[in-house]
Structures are given as C-alpha cells and as structure tokens.
Design a protein around this ligand. Structure first.
Ligand code: ADP
Ligand code: MG
Length: 286
C-alpha cells in the first residue's frame, strides 16, 4: 500500500482550547501514507476543531501534544508552511475566494512550493472531467456562486492537482448529493493508491465510507478518541448510533460541560484572496 514516499502524520496527545475552554483532551492518531483513517463523532465532539487545529486556524490554542509530518513539527508553523509540508484541509464549509480562479489559486500554491506550474491548466481540466465538475465553472472565482456539491467537487479537484501527502477532510459529505459524494470519495480513494495519499476523513455519517473505504475507524466523543477499530466499527455505528459511546463517556465524566453554540465573533467574515492561504478559515458556519 505504501510506496517510496511512505510517511506518517503523527498526532500525539493533542490538546487544544477555544474561547478559553478545552475542546480536545489529548488526541493520538497515526496515519501512514496510503491509509484512510475515519474519525467519526456526534455533533459538537470536536471534529472540526481537530481539523482547524491541524491546519493552524487562528483562535484555537494548542495546550499540549504534537503533530508531525515525517518528523517535522507542524504546530509551530503557519498554515501556508503546513500546506507546503504536504498537509491539505478540505473544510466543512469551503471558503469563497472572490477574484481568484482555481487555476490562479493552484498556480500560486504550486509555484510557492517550487513545483511545475506549466501543467496546471491541463490538469485542472482533466480533473474537472474526472470529478464531474462542469468546465464552465472553472473560470469563476473559487467557490463563488457554486452549489454545495460543486464546492466539494472543487475542493476535491484542488486536492487532486496539489497532490498533498496527507489530507484532512472535514465532512466532505456534508451538503452533497449522492452523485457528488460518490465522485469526490472515489477521487480521494484513488489518490490513496495513485499518489499514496494518507487521509483523515472526519465524518458524522457512514455513507462517505462506502466509497472511501477506511483502514481504521476512530470514534471521537467530547474531545477524546473513545474507540478505535476496523471498518466494522463504522458499520456498528450505523446500526447503533453514538448512544453506546456517548453514554459511556457521560458516566466516566459526569461533570463534562454540555456542547454550546459557537461564538460567531470568533469567525471573521469571508475574506479576500490575501494570497493562497491568506484567510483560509473564514467559514461563517463551522
Ligand atoms: P464538531 O465538528 O464535532 O461538530 P466542533 O469542533 O465544531 O464539533 O465543536 C466542538 C465544541 O467546540 C463545541 O462545543 C463548539 O461549540 C466549540 N467550539 C468550536 N469552535 C468554537 C469557537 N470558535 N468558539 C467557541 N466555541 C467553539
Ligand atoms: Mg464539524
């Protein structure tokens, strides 16, 4: 499964807080190149927080642990350097980038990483075809006026052209119809063999995992991994829901604070381009 570029994304004892409250209470995940790890959990369990902390979103404070990609510590790096190190995040709510086409965006990103940009236009067209994104949408500013499904296909296209080492997919399946879901999941699955992509697929539902088949499934409840297993764990979850794990967790932690609404003031409005990774986290709904 792993080839010459075999590597590892290692998350060790990761603790993080937002708005003065600890949300991640020590997360350990080891994803190797070519592997798909699913992180499943109920709403408010910290899934998006994990993806934001991995990519370095402002407003999240890491209070412990480490995240390394092939031994390189990412937590001390700004977002764009994490991207250059080979980490990619597909956000739950993709950001609109007014004034910048996907060609421009990918050209900048690849140029910044010292990679060949002459093939961008051809690759974008080929990937659009493969993923089923209408080519007329490619001239539009990134994600502007796209439907939910088109946005997720667009994110997947960026992943396919950028060829990161590891991808964190935060609910790639949210807001998607079944055709778009299948197209995106299949493209990511193919990348795991074609370019040895390692994947952390964060999802609430089982359906993503029908196409993007996980090697390992983790269940995240209230900021802790409470179970790890094979694909059968996702199937069990599909039958039983999260109750078995959330109850267990509740007994272990009677004082655990309840999930509450997100403070909208933590989220800056959708920003301009500001460079490739200038304001990648301006999602108003996360
Ligand atoms: P999930 O993605 O699993 O639904 P989140 O990571 O979005 O969960 O949220 C986990 C917890 O952290 C929730 O209680 C949520 O209210 C809180 N939280 C997340 N982001 C913020 C924020 N920017 N400000 C305040 N609370 C937040
Ligand atoms: Mg989320």
């Amino acid at each position: 499964m792993t080839g010459t570029r075999a590597g590892e994304l290692r998350i060790e004892g990761l603790r993080a807080e937002v708005a003065g409250r600890e949300i991640l209470h020590g997360i350990d995940l080891h994803v190797r190149s070519g592997e798909v790890h699913a992180v499943m959990g109920p709403n408010g369990s910290g899934k998006s927080t994990l993806s934001h902390v991995l990519m370095g979103k402002p407003g999240y404070t890491v209070t412990g642990g480490s995240v390394t990609l092939d031994g390189v510590e990412l937590l001390s790096l700004p977002t764009w350097q994490r991207a250059q190190a080979g980490l990619f995040l597909a956000m739950q709510y993709p950001v609109e980038v007014p004034g910048v086409s996907v060609d421009d965006l990918l050209t900048e990103a690849l140029a910044a990483a010292g990679r060949d940009v002459t093939v961008v236009h051809t690759e974008v067209a080929a990937e659009a075809e493969r993923i089923g994104l209408a080519t007329r949408l490619l001239d539009r500013p990134v994600n502007v006026d796209l439907s939910g499904g088109e946005k997720k296909r667009n994110e997947t296209l960026q992943l396919a052209v950028l060829k990161p080492r590891f991808a964190v997919l935060d609910e790639l399946d949210s807001g998607l119809d079944v055709d778009a879901l299948r197209a995106c999941a299949r493209r990511v699955e193919a990348a795991t063999t074609e370019s040895d992509l390692g994947v952390l697929a964060i999802t609430h539902y089982h359906r993503l995992l029908d196409e993007l088949r996980p090697d390992v499934v983790h269940i995240l409840v209230k900021g802790r991994i409470v179970a790890t297993g094979g694909p059968e764990l996702a199937a069990e979850l599909e039958r039983t829901g999260y109750a078995a794990w959330t109850d267990e967790e509740a007994e272990a932690q009677p004082e655990a604070p309840k999930a509450r609404a997100i403070d909208p003031s933590m989220h800056p409005g959708a920003g301009g381009p500001g460079g490739m990774f200038g304001d990648p986290f301006a999602d108003p709904l996360a």
